[in-house]
Write a protein that binds this ligand. Structure first.
Ligand code: ADP
Ligand code: MG
Length: 350
């Protein structure tokens, strides 16, 4: 699982830039009426739906900084690069409809490697029902860079910003957190083992969930529809890309409120708890600073509590307070400690 398929090698120069673009994008099908013109002209043309506003977001992934190809298969990388962008569109409570994909690639990559990358992009485009409408292809001197821009639309009144949370609002999280970071720890460890003994066959069965959360994350596509069905309009929302505490702090700062987060309410998968024990890590620290979970974090008015109560996708993890009260974690021992943003990069350096 630690090698990308490299059975045959066709060099990029054999196809040339235009041949390469054609080759990689020939399978993309247009699914949305709003895509008036996709790949093939100087620019894509997108129709705006009536009464809707356009939502635009970009994320760039750089080899050696955001991903390591020694354990990240290119197909997964393509998939993940799409998902991390869609997650940002969903975090605005919008529907994602188009993406553009730009790559900078060194000649160490054969065409077959880019085919794998694009197979992942195509799978994500199909699962999340989005059109690939353009991009750019250029060379790089060393690694691989992939930058995706996602477009979405939403009714003006449905768009949810980071800035709308009010004191007493409930803080709600989808899914669970901490798994993607631990998946990375397992993969990093196996990479070291593999360096020493290339014949070792790792038994990763007990880590399937956390590794999948790292290598093949999913974005919360269905939450906008779920909230709509429940007739809940969040007062603020953000996606959990950098770690729960830093996202909570973003909402607090943008909304000018404080918050109490309850340690015993933070949803953790059993594999997260078991792997934390094995690695001697504190599960709350991992949940707060882990990152890359791509869950949605939002606030709702207390009046909406009956509508979300008991929903298996949603957990109330705390509530907002007056700004002057500050941002705190209420521990299991019922002590109050200030919430700090560390992010997973900072945690790595410990
Ligand atoms: P231009 O020179 O006008 O920028 P290009 O030759 O770069 O045009 O691109 C031709 C078409 O292919 C455009 O529609 C562009 O958006 C699309 N395209 C280029 N590179 C990619 C890529 N890596 N993925 C998807 N579409 C791409
Ligand atoms: Mg171009």
């Amino acid at each position: 699982m630690f090698e990308n398929k490299d059975t045959s090698r066709t060099s990029i120069s054999q196809l040339g830039e235009f041949g390469l673009i054609d080759h990689l994008t020939k399978n993309f099908k247009i699914k949305h009426e709003t895509t008036v013109k996709g790949i093939g002209d100087d620019a894509a043309v997108i129709a705006s739906e009536k009464d809707q506003q356009l939502v635009v977001t970009t994320d760039m992934l750089v080899e050696g900084v955001h991903f390591d190809l020694s354990y990240m298969p290119l197909k997964h990388l393509g998939y993940k690069a799409v998902v991390v962008n869609l997650s940002d569109v969903y975090a605005m409570n919008a529907k994602a409809s188009q993406i553009t994909v730009s790559i900078a690639v060194s000649n160490r990559f054969p065409v077959e490697a880019l085919e794998e990358l694009y197979a992942g992009i195509e799978t994500a485009a199909s699962i999340y029902n989005i059109d690939v409408v353009g991009g750019d292809t250029t060379s790089s001197t060393t690694g691989l860079v992939i930058s995706i821009t996602a477009l979405g639309q939403a009714k003006k009144d449905n768009i949810v910003y980071r800035s709308g949370a009010k004191a007493n609002d409930l803080l709600v999280l989808t899914g669970d957190v901490g798994a993607a970071y631990l998946g990375l720890q397992v993969l990093e460890r196996e990479k070291q083992v593999f360096k020493v003994n290339p014949k070792s066959q790792p038994d990763l069965d007990k880590y399937t969930y956390i590794i999948e959360r790292q290598l093949k994350p999913e974005a919360r596509q269905g939450i906008a529809a779920l909230l709509n069905e429940l007739e809940v309009q969040p007062t603020s929302m953000i996606d959990v890309s950098d770690g729960l505490s830093s996202e909570i702090i973003h909402i607090c700062k943008n909304s000018k409120v404080g918050c109490n987060l309850y340690e015993d309410k933070i949803p953790l998968d059993p594999q997260v708890i078991a792997t934390c024990e094995e690695f001697e890590l504190d599960s709350t620290t991992v949940a707060l600073s882990g990152g890359e979970d791509y869950e949605l974090l939002f606030t709702v008015s207390t009046e909406d509590f009956p509508k979300i109560k008991g929903n298996p996708h949603l957990t109330v993890i705390g509530h907002m307070t007056q700004e002057s009260e500050g941002m705190h974690l209420i521990t299991r021992a019922n002590t109050k400690i200030p919430l700090v943003a560390r992010g997973w990069n900072a945690m790595k350096e410990d």
